[in-house]
Design a binder for this molecule. Structure first.
Ligand SMILES: C[S@@+](CC[C@H](N)C(=O)[O-])C[C@H]1O[C@@H](n2cnc3c(N)ncnc32)[C@H](O)[C@@H]1O
Length: 282
């Protein structure tokens, strides 16, 4: 397995355990997948989304998983659920695997703001190779990324820690063994990107000026958050396994009523590609 591929057997299991996330995907799959359809599920992990597609009547489900241990387990899972003839497990990088044109592509290679996981590079590659066509339904259809200035306590155990913070809902408000982290919004929440996977190729890099219209004093970090739009009326914000808020400490001027920043990042190339520089305003 190549070192630049994001994979672990832990996170797919967290996804399986995450009921709000998984049940929302099930509802979207049951709405979109019709008997006789051909489905491609990229980054199939435990295979739960492939099973939903097979149970919804797909006659072919191509489950693409790069991790050999997960791919092997998924073959057993397909067999023991009676879908051995429907679910074809492809142990490969979804950006390179040989796959047919699909009626439905399921792609849950999602992390907050699509920075670490390969959702965008994989879907762009599937489109380039005719697996995703203009007629293909993609689940989820749209991802939206937001930024917000925040004031956060950076002190841990008596030290100032300027590392990125990954604020998962399961850390809870009151600790339960976790160190508390206070995070208070000091600006409006601005939509910086809406990526429509059914509309076409998604730009692999983002570069824009982001302006916050209200900024209270005290900003010392930016909160990166995201939303998965599964279908009309079904939007998934942070759950225990996807879309946890990311808080990046910033050296920001903490005065003034409005702030503009040059923001750039590369899809699927890591949180380290995210930069946010103040832009002088007249
Ligand atoms: C976040 S998990 C999601 C699992 C499953 N889609 C679900 O929603 O329950 C992402 C999975 O994608 C796999 N993966 C990551 N990059 C991949 C790639 N380029 N090609 C195929 N699988 C990949 C990982 O090994 C992992 O199992």
């Amino acid at each position: 397995m190549s070192a630049d591929i994001w994979s672990s057997t832990d996170f797919p299991y967290m996804c399986l355990k995450d009921k709000p996330r998984t049940l929302a995907f099930r509802q979207a799959i049951e709405t979109v997948v019709r008997p006789g359809m051909r489905v491609v599920d990229v980054g199939s992990g435990t295979g739960i989304l492939s099973l939903f597609a097979a149970a919804a009547g797909a006659t072919e489900v191509h489950a693409v998983e790069i991790d050999p241990m997960l791919a092997r387990a998924l073959r057993h899972t397909a067999d023991c659920n009676g879908f051995g003839d429907v679910i074809r497990v492809v142990e490969a990088d979804a950006a390179a695997a040989e796959l047919p044109a699909a009626d439905v592509v399921i792609a849950e290679l999602i992390d907050t703001a699509l920075l670490d996981e390969l959702q965008v590079p994989v879907l762009n590659s599937l489109r380039d190779r005719g697996v995703v066509t203009d007629a293909t339904r993609v689940i989820p259809g749209v991802y939206r990324t937001y930024l917000e200035l925040v004031r956060s306590d950076h002190e841990y155990y008596g030290f100032q820690i300027r590392a990125p913070k990954h604020e998962w809902p399961f850390y809870g408000e009151t600790g339960q063994g976790w160190h508390d982290t206070s995070v208070e919004a000091v600006s409006d929440r601005v939509l910086v990107g809406a990526y429509d996977f059914e509309a076409g190729w998604v730009a692999p890099e983002h570069r824009s000026i982001v302006s916050f219209s209200t900024v209270a004093p005290g900003a010392n970090a930016v909160r990166i958050s995201g939303e998965i739009r599964l279908m009309d009326g079904m939007v998934l914000g942070p759950t225990n396994a996807v879309n946890g808020d990311k808080i990046l400490p910033l050296e920001l001027v903490d005065q003034g009523a409005s702030r503009s920043f040059q923001v750039s990042f590369a899809m699927g190339q890591g949180l380290g590609t995210f930069t946010m520089e103040p832009v002088a305003t007249a």
